[in-house]
Design a protein around this ligand. Structure first.
Ligand code: C2E
Ligand code: SIN
Ligand code: SIN
Ligand code: FE
Ligand code: FE
Length: 712
């Protein structure tokens, strides 16, 4: 707008000030020109008058000659401008182009406006002796048209003549018209240019504004995403100032302590409810905050502390956030509750040790060691796992129908070779009842026949009957100076050991029956394995039913495909343990409700390798490794972890992978809902020859058909 204003004002100035000034100037110079020419004519006339005075010519002669000379005179751009002479009457004395007027009174002659110009000329003469007049007069070349004309008249007094000369202002008008038109043109061009330019500028500004809006929107939505992420993160996230006071904290962290944001914001981080349960942990956290405020990236791992009535494990980090000047501005704390994972891991460790214990005992029994040697191994393994203070084993002697002490450990007075009747003492009672007996807190001391044990100072007792073929072979006893504090699983495990001890005793009596022992042993292995896998299923939110179905289907399909019995035993174990490697996958990934990021996938895809690392050190599980290690390999080589293909993939894994996918898709997962049967079937058929061995898929479809028929 201002630019347009300036152009308009400038144009106005040119048109209404400069051009009129220019015109004025031009007219002024033309007027001077006319005056000079007129003076010339006057001097010519006065020359003739001079000759009259000298007596060379008569007045009439002189006047006639002067008129003749003036009639001939021309000037102007095309040499056609002329002089005329009139009297004060007014009468026309000479006019080169209007002979019709000569000798006539011209008082009534009018111009195209109706002005009686000759009267006007004479008025000018009467006032000043000369003067200029503008009027409209016929054109020389075409008398029917008229043009602006400017004329000058001056009186030659001696003869009473008025001599006039003029010029047409058309040329001037033409020039000025051109200047005017030029000015208009320039203004229009300027305005058009300004219009285009300003439209372009406006368009550009709008474009920039649009971009800014888009950027703003993106920012707003990324902020919204960020805050959603912040609040829905599985981790605990908090932002602290450099003093360690809480600025911001996410919902996950708040839920853990069952508090609102305003309860903790502004408080010192270590004094909040997350940590104020334990002075040691408080000072540890305070130290982390202080180090981080100095610019250090502090990580803490497996911090273990009592939280209210439970033990928790935490992983976390303190990240300094720097200002542009390399000064710490704030502290970002991130933490997660890894208790579940640690407990599951501890559980695995324990199961692993138990498994190893069973294996050691198994080896001792199968290596043909003496009974006492075997019992020593049993004692060693029990001591490795538990903190009992006394162990003792009694053998039922069928000849005397008495219990005879075979071996004991941790007693002040050895009971070796001692004898008890069935029903007598603790061991006798266990043998009689054929049930586990637990006596706590010395309560058993008040019973009869206990005198002999008082001196030992044990507090708790547990006795396990050693039963083989439904018959009592002996009793295993454990004593502890403090309370025996075991979970159901431990009782079960000790019972399994008791079973092995019974086999050992039975074997000693009947060395032949080795095969049976093996079956029993492998049953106890599998029991332990299942317990192990259960620890994982607890985390993966799978049901017991589901894994049993998975294992049974696998065994059935293996049988259908003609696999040997021995091999199927390993397949069974492999199927039980197939996802044991997921133990190493953090909860945030394993339990994530949405799709995995590439980063998370990398971790997830390591689960078969974790399984390999976990299981390969255990000799008797080596043959069961195929499934845990290879169940995500694809027939076309596009699977993981190794990308092997076709028959490079062990058959067990090829079989299992179909059932794993069938089973996974048929059930809810944290990351998606279950599919219906038809969809699952089509999916598997589609991937035949890609993900799956086509032969396995064929047999699997057959098997599904069989099952459906049976259930109908
Ligand atoms: P999983 O849930 O036991 O699934 C086992 C296999 O079944 C998968 O191996 C895949 O071959 C098949 N499967 C399961 N669900 C689907 C599905 O929705 N679509 C298709 N096309 N196939 C499916 P995969 O893909 O190697 O995954 C291995 C493990 O990784 C899964 O075991 C699961 O624990 C985890 N996982 C896979 N995708 C996601 C996901 O999107 N989110 C989360 N949180 N975990 C995932
Ligand atoms: C004339 O010009 O003929 C009369 C006056 C004039 O010629 O301008
Ligand atoms: C023992 O059991 O070790 C001796 C005490 C008893 O069983 O009566
Ligand atoms: Fe898997
Ligand atoms: Fe799986």
């Amino acid at each position: 707008m201002p630019t347009i204003g300036i152009v308009v004002i400038l144009g106005g100035l040119i048109l209404y000030l400069l051009i009129p000034m220019f015109e004025e100037n031009l007219i002024q110079s033309k007027k001077e020109n006319l005056q000079e020419l007129n003076n010339l004519a006057i001097s010519l006339v006065s020359d003739y008058n001079h000759r009259v005075i000298l007596g060379e010519l008569t007045l009439t002669e002189a006047q006639q000659r002067a008129l003749n000379r003036l009639q001939e005179l021309r000037y102007g751009p095309v040499n056609s401008d002329y002089f005329w002479v009139q009297t004060l009457q007014p009468m026309m004395l000479m006019h080169p182009y209007r002979p019709d007027l000569v000798g006539k009174d011209v008082s009534d002659e009018q111009d195209f406006n109706g002005t009686k110009i000759f009267i006007e000329f004479n008025k000018l003469i009467q006032q000043n002796g000369d003067g200029f007049l503008e009027y409209k007069w016929q054109l020389r070349e075409n008398p029917n048209q008229f043009g602006r004309k400017l004329s000058y008249v001056k009186l030659y007094e001696p003869w009473g003549w008025v001599i006039g000369n003029g010029l047409y202002l058309d040329d001037l008008d033409k020039t000025l018209g051109m200047v005017r038109r030029g000015t208009y043109g320039v203004i229009v061009i300027l305005l058009v240019f300004i219009g285009i330019w300003s439209s372009f500028t406006i368009w550009r500004t709008q474009q920039a504004e649009k971009k800014r809006q888009v950027a703003l929107f993106a920012l707003a939505s990324s902020e919204a995403q960020l805050s959603t992420l912040f609040d829905s993160a599985v981790q605990f996230i908090a932002l602290l100032d450099t003093q360690g006071k809480v600025l911001k904290v996410n919902q996950t962290a708040l839920s853990f302590i069952n508090r609102n944001a305003q309860d903790v914001i502004g408080c010192y981080f270590w004094e909040t409810d997350w940590f104020n349960v334990d002075p040691i942990i408080m000072s540890k956290i305070k130290n982390c905050v202080e180090r981080c405020a100095e610019g250090e990236f502090v990580q803490i791992e497996f911090v273990n502390y009592g939280y209210k009535d439970r033990q928790i494990y935490m992983d976390g980090s303190f990240k300094p956030i720097f200002s542009s000047k390399q000064k710490v501005n704030a502290i970002l704390v991130e933490g997660r509750d890894i208790t579940q994972r640690i407990i599951a891991e501890q559980e695995i460790q324990k199961q692993l040790s138990q498994l190893n214990a069973l294996h050691q005992i198994d080896l001792a029994i199968n290596s043909g060691s003496s009974l006492v040697e075997i019992i020593k191994v049993i004692f060693d393994q029990i001591e490795n796992l538990y903190k009992f203070d006394g162990l003792s084993i009694w053998r039922f002697d069928r000849a005397s129908l008495q219990l005879i002490n075979l071996l004991d450990r941790g007693f002040k007075k050895s009971w070796k070779e001692a004898k008890l009747e069935i029903g007598e003492g603790l061991a006798g009672q266990v043998a009689l009842d054929k049930k586990i007996l637990y006596c706590s807190d010395r309560e058993w001391l008040s019973q009869p026949d206990m005198e002999f044990i008082k001196t030992e100072g044990f507090a708790d007792f547990a006795g396990f009957p050693l039963i083989s073929h439904g018959e009592v072979e002996g009793v295993l006893e454990v004593f502890q100076n403090t309370e025996i504090n075991m979970e159901a699983k431990d009782w079960q495990f000790l019972d399994v050991i008791a079973g092995q001890a019974a086999i050992a005793l039975d074997n000693a009596a009947l060395v032949t029956n080795l095969q049976r022992s093996n079956i029993l042993l492998s049953q106890s292995y599998d029991l332990t394995l299942e317990g192990w896998a259960k620890a994982l299923e607890l985390r993966d939110k799978e049901t017991e039913d589901h894994s049993r179905r998975l294992i049974n289907m696998t065994v059935q399909l293996c049988q259908k495909m003609g696999m040997e019995k021995d091999e199927i035993l390993h397949v069974r174990r492999g199927a039980i343990l197939h996802d044991i490697g997921k133990m190493g996958i953090p909860d945030e990934i394993l339990l994530k409700s949405g799709p995995l990021t590439p980063e998370e996938w990398k971790i997830m895809k390591a689960h078969p390798v974790y399984a390999f690392n976990l299981l390969s050190p255990i000799p008797f599980l080596r043959e069961a490794l195929d499934i845990p290690y290879c169940h995500h390999e694809w027939w076309n080589g596009l699977g993981y972890p190794r990308g092997i293909q076709g028959e490079q993939i062990p058959l067990a894994a090829r079989i299992f992978s179909v059932i794993d996918v069938w089973d996974a898709l048929s059930h809810d997962r944290p990351y998606r809902k279950a599919w219906d049967d038809e969809k699952v079937k089509n999916h598997i058929l589609n991937l035949s020859g890609k993900q799956f061995d086509p032969q396995v898929v064929e047999q699997f479809m057959d098997l599904l058909g069989d099952i459906n028929n049976k259930s109908r």
